[in-house]
Design a protein around this ligand. Structure first.
Ligand code: T1G
Length: 680
């Protein structure tokens, strides 16, 4: 787990715990023993700590969390590093994250490569740096820079770290070890960080909280991070570490950290396909074709262009093609205007785009993604045509968000090469891709779909074929419940407020306004058979029309709409419905618990591989608050029997086609998880 070597008077300690050099018990013990031994070895004048493989160290071993701590704890190891009578140098390449960076903070000197990533991402796990990071970092770089790093969890580069005074010297990656040994050999004295005091201005904390309030509101870890850094300004190191440790354990035992750690592993587990060997040979994807240059086709194309993969984008008419490619350029230029891309990168991405009206231009693409509107006949016609043009072995994907991949595949002579790649709008921003596996989708096609999605920076989740796959199928009962309660007497803002208070970015009615009230509308204003028809009939098509369930100002901010509420009232009275008061609790059950029930059905049908995949779909596809772990994890924490009894209590309101998922009922009754395992 660690390897020591002598380079003359310099002892190097290499962390060798692939794949990420996590600070497991064996690694901690190894470092501690090596440091202690070096104190007694007169032949050693200085010590060097570095990482084997692709990084310095990714931090504490998260798989050990929740288990009894095996000594030596990480703080003990780091304190021993700092107390070393012989100077200790940390040589950093790749990532130095969490406890990994804290090890480097315990060292007396730090050198790194320019591209190294130094960060304290514990906040993303609902924790705080628990091994001295909140005490040593502000002593090195000051309060504001330390708060930025610790509360955001965002890593900085080696170069930035040098600017801040965190790194003493930047060296080329190839020379790191040699330079570090040479540097260590020149050192005579240790230089301890813990003895420093923190320079700061009185209002630095208030300014930080004021500037970041919205982002950290309702989250336990950021608040605790700020408290821990504050302790560094008033307490000596040891006392500050005590405060940090107390705050760390509070967080570790809290619901939010449990949920965030669940989400961390769930995202990685989602990449695994249970019935597929890990090493399936992937098909090459060097060139991509996109059919349709609308909002989705353009967004999908950007994902590949930004990853350096050429895209041929096909439209039926020049005007639509020009509009689509113009929107792509516009999006890139907007990103460049915010400083997140250079103009050269914009041009490089655009140079990889080949717009054309010629369908045959798709003949040499390795992957073709159809992104035209949701009509099965149109899609089948396109796939039949594609079947005669695409090269043998090309992967043919549909971006459909509801329709059957099996039916689409049957329009070709190569159903084994067909799958769904369901992107979420805006496709160049949202990270979720549902990789929809048809009955005949070949294993290597599925594995390639997952790999390509990750390559373009997405979070892929495998879904089976059903109406709406995983995400939208669960969304449907949520929207249905919301519409029913509107009819029964609730207002849009009352329904949405329950979701937003829970942590969703928006409520179901705001979501309908965003997507378009007129989606699926028959477009006959005289035919009014639903509330949505009533709104559509007067042009209240949602945000894009300046009003739907809400009114919108120029900045797309929703406000309660007297006009919409009058239409709802009138529709109710015409339908002979007497409005009734509806409690927030009932709104919760009929917009949130119904989602859990649908998720349980999806698991029973094998549409989702595991409950945590459903969590990832909703966290990344719809903004489910990550600090509650996703709908299925949240239900498990809430108590499945509570979910079942709440649904049973409102069964008379859930519509004739509602049924309780047998899997949910059985899991609640027998103390099982929704994956059918014994609940922990
Ligand atoms: N502990 C245990 N396993 C880890 C791990 C960790 N810290 N980080 C990654 N893994 C596993 C991961 O589950 C996957 O396993 C494999 O390694 C490859 O990971 C006291 C308390 C470093 C940027 O939050 O951000 O220190 O699926 O696919 O894409 O203050 O891993 O192969 O079985 O993500 O190249 C703080 C978490 C810990 C960093 C590399 N550290 N890791 O990304 O590989 S808390 C973190 C990452 C802490 C101290 C506190 C990324 C990465 P499997 P991967 P990658």
């Amino acid at each position: 787990m660690i390897e020591t070597h002598r380079h003359g008077p310099v002892l190097s300690i290499q962390i060798a715990n692939p794949p990420v050099n996590a600070l497991s018990e064996a690694v901690r013990r190894g470092i501690h023993q090596a440091i202690e031994a070096a104190q007694k070895d007169d032949g050693v004048s200085a010590i060097l700590i570095h990482g084997g493989g692709r990084m310095f160290c990714a931090g504490a071993d998260i798989t050990e969390f929740g288990k009894p701590l095996a000594e030596p704890g990480l703080s003990t190891v780091i304190d021993a590093i700092e107390a070393s009578a012989k100077p200790v140098v940390a040589a950093i390449h790749g990532s130095a994250l969490g406890g990994g960076l804290e090890v480097a903070l315990g060292a007396h000197y730090r050198i790194a490569t320019a591209s190294a990533k130094l960060g304290l991402p514990e906040v993303a796990l609902g924790l705080l740096p628990g091994a001295g990071g909140t005490q040593r970092l502000p002593r090195l770089i000051g309060v504001s820079a330390a708060l930025d790093m610790i509360v955001s969890g965002t890593p900085i580069s080696g170069s930035k770290a040098q600017e801040l005074g965190l790194i003493d010297r930047i060296v080329a990656e190839d020379d790191l070890l040699e330079e570090a040994v040479a540097f260590a050999a020149t050192l005579k004295e240790p230089r301890t960080t813990g003895e420093r005091t923190v320079a700061f201005e009185a209002d630095e904390f208030d300014r930080f909280v004021e500037h970041n309030g919205r982002k950290i509101n309702g989250l336990d870890a950021p608040r605790a991070c700020i408290e821990a850094v504050r302790a560094a300004t008033t307490l000596p190191l040891a006392a500050g570490q005590e405060r940090e440790r107390a705050l760390f354990h509070e967080l570790m035992d809290g619901a939010q950290s449990r949920a965030l750690r669940h989400a961390f592993f769930a995202e990685r587990t989602a990449a695994k396909i249970d019935d597929l060997p890990k090493d399936v040979a992937l098909r090459p994807v060097g060139k991509v074709g996109v059919i349709g240059a609308g909002t989705m086709g353009g967004g999908i194309s950007m994902n590949f262009l930004s990853a350096g993969i050429p895209v041929t984008i096909v439209e039926m008419a020049q005007e639509a093609l020009d509009r689509g490619t113009g929107l792509i350029r516009q999006n890139y230029e907007a990103t460049a205007a915010k400083g997140r891309m250079t103009n050269a990168q914009v041009e490089a991405a655009m140079a990889l785009l080949t717009p054309t009206l010629d369908f045959d231009a798709l003949a040499d693409c390795d992957l073709v993604i159809e992104a035209v509107y949701e009509n099965m006949d149109v899609k089948k016609e396109i796939f039949a045509r594609l079947d005669g043009i695409a090269r043998p072995g090309a992967i043919l994907a549909s971006n459909t968000s509801y329709l059957s991949i099996d039916e689409i595949a049957q329009a070709t002579t190569r159903p084994q090469d067909v799958l769904g790649l369901h992107f979420f709008s805006p496709a160049n921003i949202m990270k979720l891709v549902e990789v929809v596996r048809g009955a005949q989708t070949a294993p290597d096609v599925l594995a390639t779909g997952m790999s390509v999605a990750r390559k373009i920076g997405k979070v892929p989740v495998v879904s089976g074929v059903c109406f709406g796959f995983i995400g939208n199928r669960i969304l449907d009962p949520r929207l249905e419940g919301a519409m029913d309660m509107l009819l029964e007497g609730a207002t849009p803002e009352q329904i949405d407020r329950v979701s937003v208070a829970f942590g969703m970015p928006m409520g179901p009615l705001q979501m309908i306004d965003l997507a378009g009230v007129d989606i699926g509308w028959h477009r006959d204003p005289t035919r009014i058979e639903s509330l949505r028809d009533a709104l559509n009939a007067v042009g209240r098509w949602g945000q894009k029309a300046g009003g739907g369930f809400y009114d919108y100002d120029g900045k797309r901010r929703p406000s309660p709409s007297p006009a919409a509420n009058a239409i709802i009232d009138e529709y109710r009275s015409r339908a002979g419905i007497t409005p009734r008061a509806i409690s927030d609790k009932e709104i919760m059950v009929r917009t949130m618990h119904v989602m859990v029930n649908e998720g349980a059905k999806i698991l029973s049908e094998g549409i989702a591989q595991r409950a945590s995949d459903i969590d990832i779909v909703w966290i990344y596809g719809y903004g489910w608050p990550r600090h509650t772990g996703g709908p299925m994890f949240w239900a498990q924490q809430t108590g499945l029997s509570h979910v079942v009894s709440a649904l049973e209590r409102h069964a008379d309101r859930l519509g004739d086609d509602f049924s309780l998922s047998p899997r949910l009922v059985e899991a609640a009754r027998n103390g099982l998880t929704l994956d059918g395992k014994q609940a922990g």
